[in-house]
Ligand binder design. Sequence first.
Ligand code: NAD
Ligand code: LMR
Length: 338
Amino acid sequence: PTPTKALPPLRVAITGGAGQIAYSLVFMIARGGVFGDRAVDLRLLDIEAASDKLRAVGMELQDVASPFVLRCTCTTDPLEAFMDADVALLVGARPRGPGMLRKDLLAANAGIFKAQGAVLDEVASRDCKVVVVGNPANTNALLCMRSAPSLPKRNFTALTRLDQNRTAGMLAAKIGVPVSMIRNAVIWGNHSATQVPMVTFATVEEGRAVETVAARLGEGGERWVSEELVPGVQQRGKEVIAARGASSAASAASAICDHIRDWVMGSDGRVVSMAVSSDGNPFGVREGLIFSFPVVIEAGGAWRFASGFTIDEATRSAIEATQSELLEEREAALAATA
Ligand code: NAD
Ligand code: LMR
């Protein structure tokens, strides 16, 4: 594939450019397709302590000789990275150190995302699409959005596509079909162990043949979903960390590509999961949060809440639990950055 000459390159900022997710992500973007046939002007941001490693990523990217990468700037200056950015993939965050409590991490990272939001507010494109990946992703996205009041709230999202992909992958393996046939498996709430993977409306689709996942799972299916699938997805990140000694990177990078490709080019009628501003949601979730919902995205980037996802009693109480966790995170992050 070759990039179009009809449109200028998209300006794409990636933070945590020297980290392990970026080490997959930038090369996936360089293969083309993530932004259709648009080329990119990449800006990789990291902190001073990681500047040598960042420079090496820049060298390797040049050595890929991709026609889709028109330019790549490696920088430790957020102003340079975010100037006129059309897309900001906020991956960089402080990792949890030995003895560090979740709330210490929350405070350290909330500060980073609050500061980056202010820079985006000042210099990014007025339609910059922001995807927060660094954990705790939902709350970091909220802090970022709150410090960028001149950008549309709808442009701030956090990544839960990895959780959706995990759900679809596990379902496909259980049923014995290609994962591309699984539709409408969605994630509600926080990107954490309280997230709510929901397969009530999931289907297996082959051409015009549509069957419910429940029918394909058959007897014992409901029990497998509640006892194996849901906790399996909720704990998958932890399981990967335990097995490889580092958090998921290639699958996270791939999910970021899925998220931003669907956001920029539209989800083609598919329902996808994104953590977005809960303001105006029709599902009864409290406003003022960044919360994962099923959404549909038009070509051009306008997303709307998906219809038809009615919530049963058990799912409602799980959604309330993940909402409570997000309210607590919000309180702690706001207090730490006041
Ligand atoms: P990593 O530690 O390998 O890389 C993080 C990078 O961010 C480092 O190079 C670090 O120097 C940089 N960084 C720290 N502060 C920064 C700042 N202020 N500005 C710019 N860069 C900064 O981590 P990783 O494996 O690449 O993961 C990145 C984040 O993504 C982590 O918070 C991880 O928990 C999270 N994550 C989220 C998901 C998800 O689905 N939402 C999935 C996997 C990982
Ligand atoms: C993941 O879902 O793989 C990560 O968010 C896990 C983590 O804690 O970094």
